[in-house]
Design a protein around this ligand. Structure first.
Ligand SMILES: [Zn+2]
Length: 233
């Protein structure tokens, strides 16, 4: 039992363990579909006490309750394309933690993410998407520049030239996506004093997870706050 917990709900470590167990059931095609009965529906109709906030990509293949095998009243879910942040998104995450008392925030990215691919393409070609889709791309690009490099000689296919003739090169797609998950975790803490204070006090943890579309596994790629034994993550 985590002694820093002040409520009767799960600790951040226990919440993460529940999600890992649910994902293992999903991967093994042994889902229990918990909390999806009519009794559960009635029990949570009057009030909710979700034990995790999921900030995930809107991708139709990355539905939080399904991939973590959970049900009604378990997860407070916020989804945007590319799990990009704005003030309303952060406010929704804060609501789940501060008002509803969830001890865990999960940033849920995934492989083959169209938002990350679109942002990389925009960086390398200079062409931006039209309409408000551009807003999504605008909010992914800073994450991708974390480990971008300007090199004198770089492959044509993955480069765009600057005024000095140097070429911008980006890391491989896997690295780009994980960098975006890590950057989103860090931005949540940097923008939100609610989350920063909660992590510092041990009330909550923020984890970055990458979901693999083909095999259904959810891997931890980053975390803030106590998550128990490193060998058991
Ligand atoms: Zn996506």
């Amino acid at each position: 039992m985590d002694l820093t917990s002040t409520s009767t709900g799960p600790t951040p470590t226990q919440a993460w363990q529940r999600l890992r167990e649910g994902n293992a059931r999903f991967v093994a095609d042994a889902m229990e579909h918990p909390s999806q009965s009519a009794d559960r529906r009635a029990a949570v109709a009057g009030q909710q006490h979700p034990w995790a906030v999921i900030l995930g990509c809107s991708d139709s293949r990355a539905a939080a309750e399904i991939i973590f095998d959970q049900g009604l009243g378990d997860l407070f879910v916020v989804r945007t394309a590319g799990h990009v942040l704005d003030s309303s998104v952060i406010g929704s995450v804060e609501y789940g933690v501060d008002i509803l008392g969830a001890p865990l925030v999960v940033v849920l990215g995934h492989d083959r993410c169209g938002a990350v691919t679109a942002a990389a393409d925009a960086l390398l070609t200079g062409r931006m998407p039209s309409g408000f889709v551009r807003t999504v791309v605008d909010r992914v690009i800073p994450s991708l520049l974390t480990h971008a490099e300007l090199r004198p000689e770089a492959p044509e296919a993955a480069a765009t030239e600057d005024r000095s003739g140097r070429r911008l090169t980006l890391p491989d797609d896997d690295t780009l996506r994980r960098n975006h998950v890590r950057a989103t975790v860090q931005m949540l803490r940097d923008y939100s004093s609610v989350l920063a204070d909660g992590v510092a006090a041990g009330r909550c943890a923020v984890v970055g997870v990458e979901y693999a579309l083909a095999d259904g596994t959810a891997h931890l790629v980053d975390h803030l706050g106590e998550l128990g034994d490193p060998a058991d993550r």
